[in-house]
Design a protein around this ligand. Sequence first.
Ligand code: PGA
Length: 251
Amino acid sequence: MRRKVIAGNWKMNNDLKETQNLLSRLTSGISVNNLNCDVIVCPAFTSLFEAYTLLKDTKIKLGAQNMYFETSGAFTGEISAAMLKSVGCEYVILGHSERRNIFGETDELINNKIKKANASGLKPIFCVGELLEEREAGITEKVIEKQIRSGLKDISSEEMGNMIIAYEPVWAIGTGKTASPEQAEEVHKFIRSLINDKCGASISENIIIQYGGSVNNKNARELLSQKDIDGALIGGASLKADSFIDIIQAT
Ligand code: PGA
C-alpha cells in the first residue's frame, strides 16, 4: 500500500507575514502529528526558514519550488541544494511546467537538477505533463515518455526510490479544468509502466505518482481514489488553509 502524499506548491505567493498566517491556520486546523498521509508545503525561498521554524515540531514536511544544479559560485539569483537543506528542506519541486514553459528549462537541465538533488539528500518532486495541443494531437504518451526518459537519464534505481513523480497536464494547471479521474489514471498507469521498464516492479510499485492541475476540495476524493494516483500537487487550493485541509482529509 502506497501512502498518499499531498503537497502544496505556493508558487510566487505569500510574503513572510502571510506565510506565518497560513501555516498557523494550517497547523491549528489539523492534527499535525497524526496525519493520515504525508503532507509537504513548498513556500517561496524567502519564507523557507520561517516555515521550517514553524513546522519543525510537526509531521508537515518542507519543500522548495526549484534549485540550481551547481554547488556554488557565480550564478546570480540561483539557490543551491545545500542552501535548501540548510533551511530545513527535505523536498524540491523540479521540472514544473511553469519552469519549463516560462523560464525555458529543458529536460537536460532538469535531469542535472534531479541528479544534484539526489546526491545532496533532497527528494525531488519531478513534474511532467503535456500541453493542450499535444493532448489534442494525440501525443500525450509520447511527450510524457520523452520527459520521463530524459529527466531520469542516469538516475539509479536506488535514487528512484527517493523520488516523487507529479503528473500535471499543463492545460489543467490554474485553469479550473481538471483531467477526469479516468484521464489522469490512464497517464499515471503509463508512467508507472515506464518506471517498471526502467527499474523493475519493486520500484515502480512503490514510487509515489501525484496528480496536479486544479485539484480542489471537490474533485480530490475521486482523483485520489484511482489506483495509480498516490497524492496531489496543489497550487491554488493550497493557499487557503481550509481547502488544503479538506484535501488532506480526502485521503
Ligand atoms: P493548480 O497548480 O492546483 O493551481 O492548478 C498546480 C501546480 O502547478 O502544481
